[in-house]
Design a binder for this molecule. Structure first.
Ligand code: C2E
Ligand code: CA
Ligand code: CA
Length: 647
């Protein structure tokens, strides 16, 4: 039979164009790219062999039979391989991983191996085809070839359908078209014998895969033209799976948004491009990536590379960058992490990097932070604390202790400060100084605040309201910045007070001056709203920040708490003492009651008493205690206060 292979030639041409594109446009060497490359080359070889085979058969008189036999054999093996490779490609796209991938792969490997055995045996037993007098004939097992192709066809569709939640709409579209094209090819070939269409279907699928799934810009950052975050993650994953260790260097451009504001979007993008290009030249292909937030990430494979890159980066960033007529000095933070020594998973890398960047940012200048045992330890402790906080939020596992506030004038305890406590099986008691800042960072402080308030109101309603002889008039509850930023702060407090029938005048909310000045408008509004209900406010840790008396005038604080560090400093240092005395005098002249914190000894108590302060909160008058102990303590203290001048 004469074969018409015009469509095969057109297909080969099209595939060649795809191959050229694929080779010349920068691709990131991920699994998907490799699978696509293998599939493309196999399909091209299959197509070329098919054409050659047709030519050979048409010229059987001139071409020795063994050449035609060899071509037929090659064609069958390549066809079997192409079906298998398309299946492998879809397996990558469907993100089958680990055990599941091994299992799924068996579904492809076994039929492919069987197909190979048949193909190899064909020259001896004439399974797929045989040659007689130089002519080609279908063998007794030719049907197996069709079954094999149909099997993979169905398998691919099952694969995609099963992973429909993971694969993109594009992939689903491609598979649908692939199904339609394959069926159409079979029908046409059935009616038009001799017309070869084997590669047409392959080409259509390859073209669609290339255009839709092998989009190289998927891994390129559009501004800098270097690899983007997803390309970085792909590389990181690959490296972590490998045996070789290495270093990841992160370069963060500090305060880049200021530069952006000053020079404009176009120029700041140009600047990023320049930095990207510089690092690309320095570190090489597939080694430099850019992620939002002005983060450049670089892989250094060896110790020498690392030293070279580090030195060059410091030198270059010590000099100016020129964009248009602007000369700009870029400040950076550099974070250096080694794998597998410091981290073994991607999540660990990102978590630790965030932690190190924050550490670097605290220093407020151009710095380099390299992971070491201590930092890794700190990072893991922080992760554990974050998990402990999350668990406690879920299980309502926070405890609340109460610390007495002593009135110097009345010589008795008149109020309590509620202080949150967290106990963890592994870490033991975790200080609020350690977990509150973390909870503030991720917003979970809002849940902690709600639990503390609820617990505190329950305590008041059960033990204090019914026991007025105890002498406790108010309870102080700390509220964080995140809580104050909420628009509905009043709505989170009022219902709890109502639920436990607590008179709002019993509640004093403590906020730090940092909170007050960060959102002054909103804070004033909250103070007014809650103030109307009868809730009062105390400024906490006065003097620890940029203490400024103007805040005292601006905000209607009913009490000021002098920070314990200021108090301790005043006992150590004459100048600090003068400053503190002045501050106390100013606050007194404004007529705002004062609480002094951190009083641990009698001399300290006598000293602040001589300054005429109103209240003292400190270990000297009582430590934070669990509710029952605190009740016992207050009861006995207030009945015979003079017995309690301890230490
Ligand atoms: P703070 O609001 O300044 O609370 C006073 C802290 O000083 C408490 O530490 C208390 O135990 C400690 N303290 C009081 N008197 C003395 C003393 O004489 N000597 C010494 N060395 N320490 C004294 P604690 O309980 O560890 O709390 C630390 C911080 O955690 C608190 O400082 C507050 O900022 C925060 N915090 C505690 N509970 C909560 C809460 O429920 N919500 C929020 N947002 N923050 C809380
Ligand atoms: Ca406080
Ligand atoms: Ca305080």
């Amino acid at each position: 039979m004469q074969y018409n292979y015009d469509f095969e030639i057109a297909s080969l041409l099209t595939m060649t164009i795809i191959l050229l594109q694929f080779m010349f446009i920068r691709q990131f060497p991920g699994e998907k790219t490799k699978a696509f490359g293998a599939l493309l080359v196999t399909c091209m070889a299959e197509c070329a062999v098919n054409i050659l085979s047709c030519i050979g058969l048409a010229n059987a008189a001139l071409v020795p039979q063994f050449v035609n036999e060899l071509l037929a054999f090659a064609f069958f093996v390549l066809e079997g391989l192409a079906s298998y490779l398309l299946f492998c490609y879809f397996m990558v796209v469907c993100r089958y991983e680990g055990k599941k991938r091994k299992l799924a792969r068996l579904l492809g490997v076994i039929p492919f191996a069987l197909f190979c055995v048949m193909a190899v045996s064909t020259p001896f037993i004439g399974f797929f085809y045989y040659f007689k007098d130089g002519a080609y004939y279908q063998g007794f097992g030719a049907g197996f070839g069709y079954v094999y192709i149909a099997y993979f066809f169905v398998l691919n569709i099952i694969l995609i359908v099963r992973r429909r939640n993971v694969v993109s709409l594009h992939t689903k579209g491609i598979v649908s078209v692939y199904a339609v094209v394959a069926v159409a090819m079979i029908v046409i070939q059935y009616y038009v014998r001799g017309l070869l269409l084997t590669s047409v279907g392959n080409t259509v699928v390859l073209l669609m895969l290339y255009l839709e799934l092998q989009n190289p810009s998927e891994h390129l950052d559009s501004v800098t033209g270097i690899g983007n975050e997803s390309a970085f993650e792909m590389q990181l994953k690959k490296r972590l799976a490998g045996k070789e260790g290495g270093t990841v260097i992160t370069i963060h451009l500090r305060k880049f948004h200021h530069i952006h504001t000053v020079v404009g979007l176009e120029n700041s993008n140009e600047l990023l491009r320049q930095v990207g290009a510089y690092l690309y030249r320095l570190c090489g292909k597939f080694h430099v990536f850019y992620a939002e937030g002005e983060l450049f990430t670089v892989f250094a494979d060896t110790g020498e590379d690392r030293e070279r890159i580090e030195a060059a980066v410091w030198k270059r960033f010590g000099e100016e960058w020129t964009v248009q007529e602007n000369r700009i000095l870029l400040n950076i933070e550099m974070v250096i992490q080694h794998y597998p020594r410091d981290f073994q998973t991607e999540a660990e890398f990102f978590g630790m990097r965030q932690f190190l960047l924050e550490n670097a940012a605290k220093s407020g200048m151009t710095v380099s932070v390299e992971t070491n045992e201590e930092l890794v330890e700190q990072y893991h402790r922080r992760r554990k604390i974050e998990l402990a906080v999350a668990r406690a939020i879920q299980d309502k596992g926070f405890g609340v202790y109460y610390q007495p506030v002593y009135s110097l004038r009345e010589k008795r305890i008149v109020s309590l400060e509620a202080l949150v406590r967290l106990y963890d099986e592994e870490l033991g008691y975790i200080s609020p100084e350690e977990f509150i800042p973390l909870a503030e960072r991720d917003g979970s402080i809002i849940h902690i605040g709600a639990q503390v308030l609820e617990e505190c109101c329950r305590f008041l309603s059960r033990h204090v309201l019914s026991n007025l002889s105890l002498g406790i008039r108010t309870v102080h509850v700390n509220i964080s910045m995140a809580q104050c930023l909420q628009q509905n702060l009043t709505e989170t407090i009022a219902p709890v007070l109502e639920k436990y029938h607590i008179p709002p005048s019993m509640l004093t909310l403590e906020i730090t001056e940092r909170t007050a000045i960060t959102t002054p408008e909103r804070m004033l509004w909250h103070m007014e709203e809650l103030g109307k209900m009868g809730v009062s406010f105390a400024m906490d840790d006065y003097g620890s920040g940029n203490a400024n008396c103007s805040y005292l005038i601006r905000f209607p604080f009913e009490e000021i708490k002098i920070d314990k560090d200021i108090v301790w400093a005043a006992f150590e240092d004459e100048k600090a003492r003068i400053v503190m005395e002045n501050e106390i005098r100013t606050i007194q002249r404004l007529g705002i009651p004062l609480i002094v914190e951190g009083i641990e000894h009698r001399e300290q108590s006598e000293m602040v008493e001589s300054l005429g302060v109103d209240y003292i909160q400190g270990y000297y008058y009582g430590r934070p205690l669990p509710e029952q102990e605190c009740l016992r303590y207050v009861r006995s203290f207030n009945s015979v206060p003079e017995n309690y001048a301890r230490q």
